[in-house]
Design a binder for this molecule. Structure first.
Ligand code: SF4
Length: 192
């Protein structure tokens, strides 16, 4: 079996997810092939992606595609773009209705193997603090990481999560859309 098949068959979090409010079963959303030049390193699937089995089939995905300046066909071309979240399965909701963070077990079990199989990607987009910590070893805040984008470009662009929950963050930090996104879009265009 390939690594992709191994991850799709993973059920390590069965008991953990059964104990959440949604009581769902694991459904790993695995979307990569070796050779992709761009890696989108997200957090974990939400409830809609858990249903669809395809990453970013939600409002977050629409916003992310707009940030990158690409259409859905390009975004879902696994030969060009790998989408590897820090948790491959929907983790469920907490008491406030927010998504539970991805289980650290997923990162520990799969991530180094996935990165080794992907090889040398030319652009890494860690989306949200969990992915930023893994890919940049960053220990500060999300805002500090994203504000320091020039320190990591053109290979890595740390991004906030494109969720509607971050609309307030985007308003408070207009430099992100004004300064960072045009440079990111140009880099994506160059690689595609
Ligand atoms: S979240 Fe990761 S470790 Fe847990 S069941 Fe899904 S693929 Fe396996």
């Amino acid at each position: 079996m390939s690594l992709v098949d191994d991850i799709r068959a993973c059920r390590l979090c069965t008991a953990r997810f059964a104990a959440t409010r949604t009581g769902h079963a694991p459904r790993p959303v695995v979307w990569f092939r070796p050779g992709a030049r761009i890696l989108i390193a997200g957090q974990a699937p939400g409830a809609r992606v858990h249903e669809s089995g395809r990453p970013f089939t939600d409002a977050s995905g629409e916003r992310l595609r707009e940030w990158l300046g690409i259409d859905a066909e390009t975004f879902y071309d696994r030969d060009r773009i790998a989408i590897v979240p820090m948790g491959f399965c929907f983790p469920g909701y907490d008491a406030k209705g927010a998504d539970i963070p991805p289980p650290p077990l997923c990162r520990a079990t799969w991530h180094d193997r996935v990165m080794a199989e992907l090889g040398q990607v030319e652009l890494i987009l860690p989306v949200g603090l969990h992915a930023i910590r893994y890919h940049l070893g960053h220990r500060g805040s999300l805002t500090a990481a994203v504000a320091g984008w020039r320190d990591h470009a053109p290979r890595v662009f740390p991004l906030p999560h494109p969720s509607w929950r971050n609309t307030g963050w985007l308003r408070k930090n207009p430099w992100f859309e004004a300064d960072c996104l045009p440079v990111l879009r140009a880099r994506v265009k160059e690689l595609l």
